[in-house]
Write a protein that binds this ligand. Structure first.
Ligand SMILES: *[C@@H]1O[C@H](CO)[C@@H](O)[C@H](O)[C@H]1NC(C)=O
Ligand SMILES: *[C@@H]1O[C@H](CO)[C@@H](O)[C@H](O)[C@H]1NC(C)=O
Length: 303
């Protein structure tokens, strides 16, 4: 017992040191990101909190974060292209690089006037994707900014819209299902021409007479830590030193952290959205997988 106690103290001291280190990030978009494509097609507001992408025949635009992160909560307010946005895609996602990359996606597939956008989500682990889920929005995503959040934790990934969870992917590594937790990811966002596939499978093309197309990003917040290589795994994924301590305490006492579990009302909201607004889930696509469904599809994700 004394030994465990000593270990506990040592852990706490080193964890406080790590957590209060300089790696915590909560920066606005102008500080955190830079333009990687179409510099003439994006406009930053004077306060550095808002970025507008413009797509015309010559180019769209893209940004990415300066740093890699491991775990965290990544929040962006987005206002999509209004009117006839068919063939355009706006994306907001996390990704690492290389053949065995991980990726957590939000993509917004435009549509002809008055027809609904598709909110497309996907997850890649170690280079393998094919985990699409799609939703119709329950609001007009081009009328105003809405809050799209990716919560990436050691135990699960949650996609949120305006605080409502729409999808969860739990860590079932103990059942040999890969989970993204070994490499950092950068944050990306872009607006581009994808009219070969995006709207009704590519049947609706971009109507360039409606261009320029404009999408807005605002109030980016990444509550996370910079990733500095494999040793960062242990340090990161906690928002404050207090969270870190609570987590250590929970681990020692109960074997498992209950932190950040969804409330029953959030789970109820998610169920409503999945019952009423989900239009595609890879887990229901038996034709595609010829009955050989991905293993996570038969495991509990939501309750
Ligand atoms: C956006 O959603 C996240 C996740 O639910 C929440 O923590 C955050 O407070 C929301 N931000 C705004 C500005 O609504
Ligand atoms: C566009 O609208 C059509 C008709 O309502 C719908 O079938 C389709 O799913 C919508 N979205 C996209 C991106 O094609």
């Amino acid at each position: 017992m004394g030994k465990l106690y000593a270990l506990f103290i040592v852990n706490i001291i080193s964890l406080i040191a790590l957590a209060s280190g300089q790696c915590f990030v909560d920066e606005k978009i102008s500080k955190n990101m830079y333009i990687t494509w179409g510099a003439q097609h994006s406009y930053m507001s004077a306060d550095g909190e808002e970025l507008q992408f413009v797509l015309d025949k010559s180019s769209g635009s893209a940004v990415q974060s300066k740093y890699d992160y491991l775990f965290g909560t990544f929040e962006m307010q987005i206002k999509l292209v209004p009117g006839n946005s068919a063939g355009t895609v706006t994306a907001y996602y996390l990704s690492s690089t290389g053949v065995y990359h991980d990726e957590i996606d939000f993509e917004f597939l435009g549509n002809t006037t008055k027809n609904p956008y598709i909110i497309h989500t996907n997850l890649y682990t170690q280079g393998k994707g094919s985990r699409e889920e799609q939703f119709y929005p329950w609001f007009d995503p081009s009328a105003d900014f809405h809050n799209y959040t990716i919560q990436w934790e050691p135990s699960k990934i949650v996609w949120y819209i305006d605080g409502t969870p729409i999808r969860i992917f739990r860590n079932y590594e103990n059942m040999r299902i890969p989970f993204p937790n070994k490499q950092g990811m950068k944050v990306y966002s872009s607006l581009w021409n994808a009219d070969n596939w995006a709207t009704r499978g590519g049947r609706d093309k971009i109507d360039w007479s409606c261009s320029p197309f404009k999408a807005g990003l605002r109030r980016f917040r990444a509550r996370t830590y910079k990733w500095n290589g494999p040793s960062s795994t242990y340090q990161c994924g906690y928002q404050t030193p207090g969270d870190l301590l609570a987590n250590v305490y929970n681990k020692l006492n109960y074997g498992q952290s209950k932190k950040n579990e969804l409330s029953s009302s959030q789970l109820g909201q998610m169920k409503w959205i999945r019952d009423n607004k989900m239009i595609y889930s890879y887990c229901k696509d038996t034709m595609r997988f010829k009955g050989n469904m991905p293993p996570e599809c038969s495991l509990q994700q939501y309750y």
